[in-house]
Design a protein around this ligand. Structure first.
Ligand code: GLU
Length: 271
């Protein structure tokens, strides 16, 4: 049974880029008589606004992109994320990171600095006794994935994308990414992997701007013993200048288009 999902964050109005992402997931599920699910990715409570849950649902219904069952909220799934993180801790696959943004920036501008978004590993080799003491003293910390150690355990990995074919997983693609943020105790990569498994998602569809994330998602699936979904990284909807649409592009919000008299059919045909 094919199961897909649309996973917006209730931090703004749906725009054409979201409508396209939702339509891709919807069409793929319907094509195979499968299920299309909705998940609100609302872990970052500082950015979430209550109003957007209902607006997103209303816009999807108006577009005729009805989902099956109840929408899942990531904010209700903290226990599941904690359990997954605990497993990774016990297996030594995550380590506490006490760095501030400034520490990381300074290290990256040093001569040995690596690619901008790749963590330079400052806290990777802090002895366990020392980090345990710092945690006990209340030193704020995130948890980072030890991606190269994980690679030694899971060995060669790949993923299959319906558009791009087979890709070999590169453990360095995201470096030691944060799996649990200092402020909210969880981060996108771990939450999305735990929930895709929980919701039995067979086909993960999302914009190709997230293609790189799939490398770490496959690693996490492998070490947590989750099934491997098929991927479809679709194109992102861009504006006239080729820039990916973002939440601030209010002119293209579904709500505005609807108020301007556009129809759901008209919008979907033009996506
Ligand atoms: N919440 C993510 C977004 O809005 C979706 C990520 C995903 O589909 O994995 O881009």
């Amino acid at each position: 049974m094919t199961r897909t999902r649309f996973a917006p964050s209730p931090t703004g109005e749906l725009h054409l880029g979201h409508a396209y992402a939702a339509k891709v997931a919807y069409d793929l599920a319907r094509e195979h008589n499968g299920h299309f699910l909705l998940r609100h990715e609302d872990i970052d409570s500082s950015r979430v606004r209550e109003i957007y849950y209902s607006q997103i649902e209303e816009d999807l219904r108006w577009l005729g992109l009805n989902w099956d069952g109840d929408a899942l909220r990531q904010s209700h799934r903290q226990d599941a994320y904690r359990d997954a993180l605990e497993i990774l801790k016990q297996r030594g696959l995550v380590y506490p990171c006490f760095c501030t943004r400034k520490d990381i920036q300074q290290s990256l501008s040093a001569p040995h600095g690596l690619t901008e978004h790749i963590y330079p590993g400052i806290c990777r080799d802090i002895p366990a006794s020392e980090s345990a003491q710092r945690i006990a003293e209340g030193d704020a910390h995130a948890w980072r994935f030890n991606s190269n150690l994980a690679a030694l355990i899971h060995g060669e990995l790949s993923f299959h994308d319906l558009r791009f074919g087979k890709t070999q997983v590169n453990p360095d693609a995201n470096g030691d990414a944060v799996l649990a943020r200092k402020d909210i105790g969880i981060a996108y990569h771990l939450a999305v992997v735990v929930d895709d498994a929980f919701q039995n998602i067979t086909h993960v569809t999302r914009g190709d701007d997230l293609l790189e994330s799939t490398h770490i998602h496959r690693q996490l699936q492998a070490v947590l013993g989750f099934p491997e979904p098929t991927y479809l990284h679709h194109r992102c909807i861009c504006d006239e200048n080729g820039k990916r649409l973002a939440k601030r592009d209010d002119a293209r919000s579904i709500r505005t288009l609807r108020e301007q008299g556009h129809t759901p059919e008209g919008i979907k045909i033009n996506l």
